[in-house]
Design a protein around this ligand. Structure first.
Ligand code: MN
Length: 257
């Protein structure tokens, strides 16, 4: 029996399950809101072409419009100025799109503090318990923020000082980029950086350091609570937009047991 036959048997017997980490994509999908003078992204929308009518009697189809960075999506290195000589989203090696994944869970901390920042010490403690971060794999950072994903205001959690959502400290972002063996980091929030990261030095350190190091981001993930801390496989499928800085993506995890 080949390894693929074996995998299919495990899937059919539900000894390997497929967890969908993707948020539904609609005109209600939350989108990031940058303050003036910065330009903002379009949200997602459908424009009907025909629906079994005089415009097309036997078929239903739509045009879609969306920014590259809408909903569950992939950040390519070229998204950030520090990665401007790096890969666009069509150039990501396919072996990076199916890779091991681990989950660090700070959802309890984030209930107490929406501005919670992941620290290097948190990842050192995680590694003491679970082993090293995966070489060539993904780190997903669970904050519980996907519970707000059907409400734009709660998801952005902004007041007069800006958004308040969990993220990563400057030092930890640098460590993930320069020291950790991972190829990317995924989050449940609207971006990989904390809501307050505009005020950090450097601003938006996950974007600046990780994309600058040729690593990747994944945002607006859901269902991380269904993943084990280690041992799952991530399947990430961004569209190969030529020259694109990112893409909405279907993100699945294969989980044993
Ligand atoms: Mn993005």
């Amino acid at each position: 029996m080949t390894v693929l036959d074996n995998l299919l048997d495990e899937l059919l017997a539900s000894r390997v399950t497929i967890v969908d980490l993707t948020a539904p994509l609609s005109d209600r999908t939350p989108i990031i809101q940058l303050p003036p003078p910065f330009a903002n992204t379009q949200g997602f929308s459908l424009q009907e072409i025909s629906r079994y009518d005089e415009r097309g009697p036997a078929w239903y189809w739509n045009n879609i419009s969306a920014g590259e960075h809408v909903g569950t999506h992939f950040d390519a290195p070229v998204h950030w100025v520090t990665g401007q000589d790096g890969l666009d989203v069509s150039q990501i090696p396919t072996q990076h799109l199916i890779a091991p994944v681990v989950v660090v869970d700070k959802s309890a901390e984030c209930v107490q503090d929406p501005n919670f920042l992941l620290q290097i010490a948190d990842l050192e403690a995680w590694q003491q318990k679970h082993g090293p971060l995966p070489d060539g794999g993904w780190l997903l950072y669970r904050t519980g923020w996907d519970s707000h994903a059907d409400d734009q205001a709660a998801f952005l959690n902004a007041d007069e000082t800006g958004p308040h959502t969990p993220g990563v400290s400057v030092e930890c972002a640098r460590w993930l980029a320069e020291q950790a063996p991972i190829i990317g980091m995924g989050v449940e929030t609207v971006g990989t950086d904390a809501g307050t990261a505009h005020s950090f030095d450097p601003p938006f350190p996950c974007h600046a350091f990780l994309l600058g190091a040729g690593k990747y981001g994944l945002t607006q993930l859901a269902n991380l609570a269904k993943l084990p801390p280690t041992g799952a496989i991530l399947v990430v499928a961004p569209l190969p937009i030529v020259g694109g800085s990112g893409s909405p993506a279907r993100v699945l995890a294969l989980v044993a047991g």
